[in-house]
Design a protein around this ligand. Structure first.
Ligand SMILES: NC(=O)c1ccc[n+]([C@@H]2O[C@H](COP(=O)([O-])OP(=O)(O)OC[C@H]3O[C@@H](n4cnc5c(N)ncnc54)[C@H](OP(=O)(O)O)[C@@H]3O)[C@@H](O)[C@H]2O)c1
Length: 334
């Protein structure tokens, strides 16, 4: 089969579009003909190599697969070739281990991907593979972070940093869906305009505006009720200490990642003075994916797709992701 593959960790030049053996499903597994795979920043981390995670090589990236079952292994009940599916990227084994496609198992920048039958979710008629492929990693994580961990409601003003990417655009959409007021920060005027079209109540271009000063200006001093109820920061690095200063008294600072640095300087004085909650959120549960599919199915949620590229342009797709030349989700359609 055709796939995007790498044999060693590194930058973009380790990726190649190549022919690899088509994987066969073992007992309890199925093979999915991939119709769409959306990209995530996680794919960049996997390609570069992440401390603490051993990636078997060669590796095919790609965590978010939607398609049609084309082969079924022994002992699989209830699934047949031709069934339209969305794949939950994570396999939770009975002995408590977690394995993820595009991370510790071959992923879906490929014509086929083999997954455990337990990872399958039926894809309702009317939900395209492209829309479905946007959901698991980015949207699933945003859903859990905002609602299960963040308890965001219509009473909140939510500030989203990194709002133009996969997790970020979904945070904007979901926070608006529950009626929250949303302030979205992105790295260019064009991305800010796109966020306004998506429904953000206000935007700020953080490449030209200091977001902590912007917060003080818009909401007043922290000691006089200023700051946002909820601040979302999965960028980390030097943005962390800034966002610590933007949380209202008793507010929540939510994080699910660290795109530019996981051990940033912080400012403890603001954490205790504002009595803020810093809430981590990791991944999604199956119920998050089912809720999201239902929202797409009844039209409440429309995933934001920047563009769809053929598998042969998979390396180019990852370049667009890393160079931040996209809005929402990039999708590969093998
Ligand atoms: N814990 C989990 O389960 C989980 C799940 C999903 C994602 N995550 C993490 O959440 C973060 C976002 O993931 P994503 O897939 O939404 O990423 P993405 O689509 O690439 O979006 C990230 C956004 O961050 C902004 N950004 C600022 N500085 C950046 C830099 N130096 N490099 C790249 N982007 C930069 C960019 O927006 P501007 O161009 O507007 O600045 C970009 O659109 C990642 O760190 C990811 O690993 C964690």
């Amino acid at each position: 089969m055709q796939a995007i593959v790498f044999d060693e960790h590194g930058e973009l030049d380790v990726l190649r579009h190549d022919e690899v053996p088509t994987p066969e499903p073992g007992p309890g597994e199925v093979r999915v003909a991939v119709e769409a795979c959306s990209l995530n920043y996680h794919d960049v981390f996997t390609r570069r190599g992440m401390p603490g995670i051993r990636t078997p090589l060669p590796m095919i990236p790609g965590c978010d697969a939607a398609g049609v079952i084309d082969a079924v292994g022994d002992g699989v009940d209830g699934w047949s070739p031709g069934d339209a599916v969305l794949v939950d990227p994570v396999e939770r084994t009975p002995d408590g281990r977690i394995r993820m496609i595009g991370d510790t198992k071959w992923g879906a920048y490929a014509e086929h991907v083999v997954v455990a039958a337990s990872q399958l979710i039926a894809r309702p008629e009317g939900i395209s593979a492209i829309d479905a492929s946007c959901l698991p990693v980015a949207y699933g994580t945003a859903h859990r972070m905002l609602f299960t961990r963040g308890q965001v409601t219509a009473d909140d003003t939510v500030f989203v940093l990194g709002a133009s990417g996969g997790v970020g655009t979904c945070c904007v959409l979901l926070a608006k869906l529950v009626g929250a007021n949303v302030v979205a920060a992105a790295g260019s005027p064009e991305k800010c305009e796109a966020l306004e079209r998506l429904g953000a109540d206000e935007t700020v271009d953080y490449s030209t505006t200091d977001i902590a000063a912007f917060t003080r200006e818009r909401t007043g001093s922290l000691f006089a009720g200023g700051g946002w109820d909820v601040v979302v920061n999965f960028t980390g690095g030097d943005t962390w200490a800034k966002t610590i200063k933007m949380v209202k008294m008793g507010g929540r600072l939510l994080t699910c990642g660290a795109t530019i640095g996981y051990d940033p300087p912080t400012d403890l004085r603001f954490i205790w003075t504002a009595e803020m909650d810093i809430r981590g959120s990791n991944g999604w549960q199956r119920s998050d994916l089912e809720s999201l599919l239902a929202m797409v199915g009844d039209g409440r949620l429309q995933p934001v797709v920047d563009r769809v590229l053929p598998l042969s342009d998979g390396v180019e797709a990852m370049r667009l992701l890393e160079e931040r030349r996209f809005f929402g989700k990039l999708v590969i359609a093998p």
